[in-house]
Design a protein. Structure first.
Length: 292
């Protein structure tokens, strides 16, 4: 079996896997799992009767960040208990969620009081979504060039497919980097009661944050995109080599043909018969073959 057929098959399979992983990760709400041990917090606060403890106990029953939740690119969902003060809706996977606001558009001018860190976080979040969307467009373009290249067995089209898959890999990797930037700003830079810097000590002690399976799928999709780009590049090299070998084999059957003057008599061969032109006349016979 030609190496181009093997590498093209593997490249197609890996690119499908990459697209599926990235699409699932993009749509899922399971990038971060934030587990809050509400019972431990309530027991700790109930043993203290000071005013601050009572205020925190009221916040435990009302503020959403005291509830276990999962977070994706577009939604924050509550798989266990639901906060009563947050407007929720039922997502397609039957969990109660609220949308993450990217302020597109900002109709009520809610961003007017944002700090520089808040603006940086917001811009990184918007850019992250944009890079993911552009990477999907790149994958679609790679699909078009790949189908054309397989149909025509064109090394140029397969090379273009490899470049587009590499571009999709770089774009999605850049989006992942921006997602980590947003995570860093939310934990270390952003100021506000819902962010880590202003959480109470008891909330910090009783909260565990894990990377969830959606985040892992996203990085796996980036890796498979890189593998697909490498395989498509190898397929283009194989196709180019096979085409060169086919042309070399075909050249052996091509013989030069030059025009030559043909002669009717050669040594050792009889002269071909001449066409009959009538009776033979001498110079003196002006009236026929006999003289009177």
């Amino acid at each position: 079996m030609p190496c181009s057929a093997v590498t093209l098959s593997l490249a197609t399979i890996t690119s499908i896997i990459a697209v599926a992983l990235l699409a699932i990760a993009f749509a899922t709400d399971n990038w971060l799992y934030i587990e809050v041990k509400r019972t431990n917090i309530q027991n700790f606060l109930s043993r203290n009767s000071d005013i601050q403890s009572q205020t925190l106990l009221d916040a435990v029953n009302s503020k959403y960040y005291y509830y276990t939740r999962t977070k994706g690119l577009f939604r924050t969902c509550f798989p266990k208990e639901r906060p009563p003060t947050v407007k929720l809706y039922l997502s397609p996977v039957e969990t109660y969620c609220t949308n993450i606001n990217y302020y597109i558009p900002d109709e009520n001018n809610e961003t007017k009081d944002f700090t520089d860190d808040a603006w940086t976080r917001l811009h990184m979040g918007r850019s992250m979504i944009a890079l993911f969307i552009i990477s999907f467009f790149s994958v679609f373009a790679a699909f078009c060039t790949g189908v054309t290249g397989c149909w025509r067995r064109s090394p140029g089209n397969i090379t273009a497919t490899a470049i587009l898959m590499l571009l999709a890999c770089l774009l999605s990797a850049g989006a992942m980097g921006l997602w980590h930037g947003v995570e860093y700003y939310e934990k270390e830079k952003q100021v506000g009661e819902e962010f880590y810097q202003q959480w109470s000590t008891v909330l910090r002690d009783q909260t565990r944050i894990f990377y969830d399976w959606g985040y892992m799928l996203a990085w796996a999709g980036v890796g498979w995109s890189l593998v697909a780009a490498i395989l498509f590049s190898g397929s283009a090299v194989c196709l180019r080599g096979e085409r060169e070998r086919e042309e070399a084999v075909n050249m052996q059957y091509l013989m030069p043909v030059y025009p030559q003057k043909q002669q009717y008599a050669y040594a050792g061969y009889p002269v071909p018969p001449q066409p009959y032109t009538g009776p033979y006349y001498t110079t003196g016979s002006a009236y026929g073959p006999y003289n009177y």
